[in-house]
Design a protein around this ligand. Sequence first.
Ligand SMILES: [Fe+2]
Ligand SMILES: [Fe+2]
Length: 215
Amino acid sequence: MGKHGVEILDLNVEELIGMLNQALAEEWLAYYQYWIGARVMEGPMRSEVEPELLLHANQELGHAVLVVGRIIQLGGTPVLNPAQWPKLSRCDYDEPNDPYIQVILEQNLKGERCAIQRYKEIADFTNGKDHATHAMATTILNEELEHEQDIEDWLTDLDRLKEDLRRSACKLAVRGVCQTKVGCQMISILPLEEMVLVTVPPGVLSSLVTLVITV
Ligand SMILES: [Fe+2]
Ligand SMILES: [Fe+2]
């Protein structure tokens, strides 16, 4: 940025550059969290959610482009070494060791809430003092809020899917398709991924097995 552009800012520019570099590190980690999570993810709704997670990943990269551009405009140096990302980031990178969709989504949700806090702080810090950074921070903040909402909606859909399945299994049990009521109760308290194991053993009719496996 030209000298005058920096001189008119009514705030500590070095402190702001520091915050923006933290945000930049967080964006890269968020990108990889989404990108690798989408690729290893397993479970119901996977085919619907995967492209949306990859879209979120690309939007995080878009945020990194905006942030790095502003750091340079302010006369700062963007973080140059990826080894610095986890040191600068306040948001955790959660290794997706468990590929179950609900776990992946909860990891991403945690990251979004961390990003929302980051851009709120940058927006507060620059409000009325650095209009350009403030506008950028609120633009990114709005996208992070949309990301949070998307993930919360998928988690709600996933819970409903599980609940519908439990109800269906119980209805079948009441109609005598499932072995016993005890079996129904067992099914109703088990997480979805374990239900297949419960219903596969002999004695359970194939319709129920098919129902569970296809979800
Ligand atoms: Fe972001
Ligand atoms: Fe996001």
